[in-house]
Design a protein around this ligand. Structure first.
Ligand SMILES: NC(=O)c1ccc[n+]([C@@H]2O[C@H](COP(=O)([O-])OP(=O)(O)OC[C@H]3O[C@@H](n4cnc5c(N)ncnc54)[C@H](OP(=O)(O)O)[C@@H]3O)[C@@H](O)[C@H]2O)c1
Length: 463
C-alpha cells in the first residue's frame, strides 16, 4: 500500500483568534498554545500528529483518517465469566480495549462461546473448586462448609498472573467463602491495583432481628476478609435482576402466565415497599468499567448500590405491564417452590421469606433490600452517576422478555392477545420435567438442578 501525502486544504484551516494578529494564520508558537487549550482534551488524535496545529473541531476543516483506538493496557481478572454480571463487564471492557483473563467452567453454551471467541479474552477453563473424591456428584451449593470440597488454588493463581484489575462475583457453588478468600489472597499477592467485589449484605449485621440470608451472608464475610487484608477494593451490591423474571415455574420471580393471557407475580415483598432493580446483562459492565477508570483513589473501601430503578412491586408490575402489553398483577404471598432447587438456594428462599415476611402489612417495616439504609438511600442516583444509559424494567419487558421466553419454548407472544384462553400457548405446564429431558446430563441431575428451560440453564436460580 502506498502512502499518499494528506492534502491539506489551507483555505479551510481554522484560524484561532489571536490578540496580536487579529485572525491571521496561527504561527507554530501560538498554534501550540491554542492546541493545549483545545476543548477536546480527550481527542483520539496523537499529540505528535502534524495535524495538532489545526483544529479538529470545525466541520469546515478536513477530517483526517483516524488511527485505531489506543488500548488501556490493563488486564482484568474475572471469575464465573459465563455469569450475567461478569459477561456484562467482559463485553464492554474488551470493546474499549481492556484485556480479560476469564475463568469458565467449560466452553459449552452461548455465553461461553462468546467469551472464549473474544480476541481480548484469555480463557482459563476449570472449576473454582475441586472434589476430594473422584466421581462424587453431591450438591455443592449448601451453605455449610463442605470438607469434601477444596479450592482450586492453581487455577486461581494462573488466572491472576499479569492482572492489574479484578471483577469478582462468587457464587454459592463449592464453599463460597473459601473461594472468595483464596481469590482475594492471590489478588493481593500479585498486587492487583483495584479489586471490585460483587457483594451482598448480611442483614443480621445491621439489625439482629433480621434474618441472615445465607448466600448473601457468605458474600458479606468475603467482603470483610477483603477489607481486612487491605486490598484496594470496592464493593458493588446488585439489585434484583430484570431477567430473574420468567414464566417458567422458578420460585420467587415467576411471572406466571394466566389462562386469560395476563401475568401474575407472587412474592413475599410488601406491594408498596421499594426494591432496587437492575438489568445485570446490560448495566453491570458499564458501571464497573467506570469504577476502574476512576480507580481506588475515589472508590477504595466504598459500597455502591447497583440499581438503576427503585420500584415497589406494584410499580414494577406496572412497568412490566407497559412493556409486555398485557395485564400484570402483583400478589404478596409466600414463596412457592414447585420444582427441585439446589440445597443452597432452598435455604436462601426460606430465610428470604422470614426476612421479607409475606404477612407484613406495613411497608415501613420491610428491611432495606441492601441491609444498609444509607446504601439503600443512594438508589438509584449512585448507580446513575456511574452509568446513565441503563435498560429499565419496562424496556426489558418490551424488548427482551419475549425473546427469552421464546428461547425457553414459550409461544404466548405469538397469540392474538384478545383475552381469550391462549389456545396452543406453551405455558408452564409444558416445561421440561425433572430428569425427563433427553439431553439431561449427569451433572445437572445429580446436583439436583433438574429444572431446565431451553435457553436458561441451571444457574438461573441465583437471586
Ligand atoms: N439474580 C439476582 O437478582 C441477584 C441479585 C444480587 C446478587 N446475585 C448473586 O449473583 C450471583 C450469580 O451471578 P450471576 O448472576 O452473574 O450468575 P448467573 O448468570 O446466574 O450464572 C451462574 C454462574 O454460576 C456458575 N455455575 C452454575 N452452575 C455451577 C456449578 N454447578 N458449579 C459451579 N459454578 C456453577 C455459572 O457457570 P457457567 O457459566 O459455567 O455455567 C455462572 O458463572 C449469585 O451469587 C447471586 O446470589 C443475584
Amino acid at each position: 500500500m502506498t502512502t499518499e501525502p494528506i492534502p491539506i486544504r489551507t483555505d479551510l484551516v481554522f484560524r484561532p483568534p489571536s490578540e496580536h494578529n487579529n485572525g491571521a494564520a496561527a504561527s507554530p508558537k501560538n498554534a501550540a498554545v491554542y492546541s493545549s487549550r483545545h476543548k477536546h482534551t480527550r481527542s483520539s488524535y496523537s499529540d505528535s500528529s502534524p495535524l495538532t496545529a489545526v483544529s479538529r473541531n470545525n466541520s469546515l476543516s478536513f477530517r483526517p483518517l483516524k488511527r485505531s483506538m489506543p488500548s488501556p493496557d490493563k488486564t482484568i481478572a474475572v471469575i464465573n465469566a459465563g455469569g450475567r454480571q461478569a459477561a456484562s463487564l467482559i463485553r464492554i471492557a474488551t470493546a474499549v480495549g481492556y484485556k480479560v483473563r476469564a475463568q469458565l467452567r467449560n466452553l459449552v453454551g452461548v455465553i461461553a462461546t462468546e467469551v472464549s471467541s473474544n480476541p481480548n479474552v484469555e480463557v482459563f477453563v476449570g472449576d473454582l473448586y475441586l472434589r476430594k473424591k473422584p466421581n462424587d456428584n453431591q450438591d455443592v451449593s449448601a451453605n455449610t462448609h463442605n470438607p469434601d470440597i477444596l479450592v482450586n488454588h492453581e487455577l486461581i493463581s494462573q488466572l491472576f498472573s499479569g492482572a492489574q484489575l479484578a471483577f469478582i462475583n462468587t457464587t454459592f457453588y463449592g464453599n463460597e467463602i473459601q473461594i472468595g478468600e483464596a481469590v482475594a489472597d492471590v489478588a493481593k499477592r500479585v498486587g492487583v491495583q483495584h479489586f471490585v467485589y460483587s457483594s451482598m449484605p448480611d442483614h443480621a449485621a445491621y439489625n439482629p432481628e433480621w434474618a441472615s440470608l445465607p448466600l448473601w451472608a457468605a458474600k458479606h464475610k468475603v467482603e470483610d476478609y477483603i477489607r481486612n487484608i487491605g486490598l484496594p477494593a470496592t464493593f458493588v451490591y446488585t439489585g434484583i435482576y430484570n431477567n430473574n423474571f420468567t414464566s417458567l415455574l422458578y420460585p420467587l420471580f415467576c411471572m406466571e402466565l394466566q389462562p386469560d393471557g395476563s401475568f401474575e407475580w407472587r412474592a413475599p415483598f410488601h406491594p408498596d415497599a421499594k426494591l432496587p432493580w437492575l438489568d445485570a446483562e446490560h448495566d453491570v459492565g458499564p458501571a464497573i468499567l467506570q469504577l476502574f477508570k476512576e480507580g481506588p483513589k475515589k472508590w477504595n473501601g466504598k459500597r455502591i448500590a447497583l440499581a438503576y430503578e427503585y420500584l415497589t412491586p406494584l410499580e414494577a408490575c406496572k412497568a412490566f405491564e407497559r412493556g409486555v402489553g398485557r395485564p400484570v398483577r402483583y400478589e404478596q404471598g409466600p414463596i412457592e417452590v414447585r420444582v427441585k432447587v439446589p440445597e443452597g438456594y432452598r435455604e436462601q428462599l426460606e430465610a428470604l421469606e422470614k426476612l421479607f415476611s409475606p404477612t407484613n402489612r406495613d411497608p415501613r417495616k420491610q428491611p432495606p433490600y441492601f441491609g444498609d439504609q444509607t446504601l439503600e438511600d443512594s438508589c438509584p442516583e449512585g448507580a446513575l452517576a456511574l452509568w446513565e444509559g441503563p435498560r429499565g424494567l419496562e424496556e426489558y419487558a418490551r424488548e427482551i422478555f419475549p425473546l427469552e421466553e421464546e428461547a425457553n419454548g414459550m409461544t404466548w407472544m405469538f397469540d392474538d392477545g384478545e383475552g381469550v384462553p391462549y389456545e396452543g400457548a406453551t405455558g408452564p405446564s409444558t416445561i421440561p420435567e425433572a430428569g425427563n429431558g433427553e439431553d439431561d446430563d449427569d451433572e445437572s441431575v445429580d446436583e439436583g438442578l433438574v429444572m431446565r428451560g431451553l435457553k436458561r440453564d441451571e444457574e438461573e436460580w441465583l437471586a
